[in-house]
Design a protein around this ligand. Structure first.
Ligand code: 13P
Length: 341
């Protein structure tokens, strides 16, 4: 298959009715943060057994079309010796890989950050592809404050995302482009809308400059929401309206799918917001999910590091995947949530 056909086939496998992406690509410090509240030490073995358990969830492929893995996971095996990317593929789930190397302070832009990892990226991608990865993810972050993100941060991060995406496509790897405007802060939903619009505008300008084929990428943005410590929460309908307005102003119709990150929303909020967006008039792109915490949180709570809890852990993940699958059609309702104990 030539490169263009490879990209097209991967996009078609990822963008499917009623399905979205499971992000389980937490870096070592982040997975340690997720394990800590349930009293689990982040050892290589604990990470392997947790992640292989998630990938073995019966029926996961009904609602999950792709999974984003961390580099370490790509080389790990399930108890029976099946490589974890192959375990995903057996479920009809396309394996992908997080390829950025994290973020650091952006020089001369106080409070802003830039994502690293372009050096040697093409070589790394070749080897990830050998290990079964068909798509990749790169995340940039933007902090909202009175002075951030600066123009410099918006332009520098857009450029880096576009360079990453163009390198991926050259090698037949579908890039997920993830510019995340963070939830931290007390800003209003309008301020989040303003920043998200400026960020996405710049990202698509850079993607154009770098000749990225929009049909062969996915966008993974934040939803437009008020800051975590803002006085007022927004209803799913308000989030949907504000988010869609910004996306319609900035994201070309050629992009096949927009797969939101959950970014610190509760699992229920993330599902309800996605559902509300899919209840609005049809949009030029699919509106789907690429959640990490919003899919995994209940599973982590059920697991608690105990292999004996595998069935309830998998059931918790399956339920969240199913509810988000319903939100893809706008047919989710809170009455589908399990009763709170
Ligand atoms: P969250 O859904 O937890 O934000 O994670 C998604 C992700 O992949 C962040 O890069």
């Amino acid at each position: 298959m030539n490169i263009q056909n490879q990209l097209q086939a991967t996009v078609e496998a990822l963008v499917q009715q009623g399905k979205g992406i499971l992000a389980m690509d937490e870096s070592s410090p982040t997975i340690a943060k997720r394990f800590k509240p349930i009293g689990v030490e982040s050892t290589e073995e604990n990470r392997r057994s947790y992640r292989s358990m998630l990938l073995a969830t019966p029926g996961l492929g009904e609602f999950v079309s792709g999974v984003i893995l961390f580099e370490e996971t790509l080389g790990q095996k399930a108890d029976d010796g099946t490589p974890l990317p192959a375990l995903a593929a057996q479920q009809g789930i396309v394996p992908g890989i997080k390829v950025d190397k994290g973020k650091l302070a952006l020089a001369n832009a106080p409070g802003d950050e830039i994502t690293e990892g372009l050096d040697g990226l093409a070589l790394r991608l070749e080897s990830y592809k050998q290990q079964g990865a068909r798509f990749a993810k790169w995340r940039d972050v933007y902090h909202i404050s009175a002075t951030t993100p600066s123009r410099l941060a918006i332009e520098a991060n857009a450029e880096v995302l576009a360079r990453y995406a163009s390198i991926c496509q050259t090698l037949g790897i579908v890039p997920i482009v993830e510019p995340e405007v963070l939830i931290d802060g007390d800003h209003s939903i309008d301020r989040c809308a303003e920043v998200t619009e400026a960020v996405l505008h710049e990202v698509f300008h850079a993607l154009h400059c770098y000749h990225v084929i929009l049909e062969h990428m996915l966008l993974k943005p934040n939803m437009v929401i008020p800051g975590k410590t803002h006085a007022q929460k927004a209803s799913p309908e308000e989030v949907a309206e504000q988010t869609i307005r910004v996306l319609r102003r900035t994201v070309p119709a050629a992009v096949p799918s927009i797969n939101f990150l959950s970014g610190g929303l509760t699992p229920e909020e993330a599902t309800a917001n996605l559902n509300a967006m899919n209840c609005l008039a049809p949009q030029p792109w699919d509106l789907s999910f690429s959640y990490g915490r919003a899919l995994q949180q209940p599973a982590l709570q059920a697991w608690k590091g105990n292999a004996g809890n595998a069935a309830s852990t998998q059931a918790a993940l399956y339920l969240r995947a199913k509810l988000n699958g319903a939100a893809r059609h706008g047919s989710y309702s809170v009455t589908m949530e399990p009763a709170q104990e």
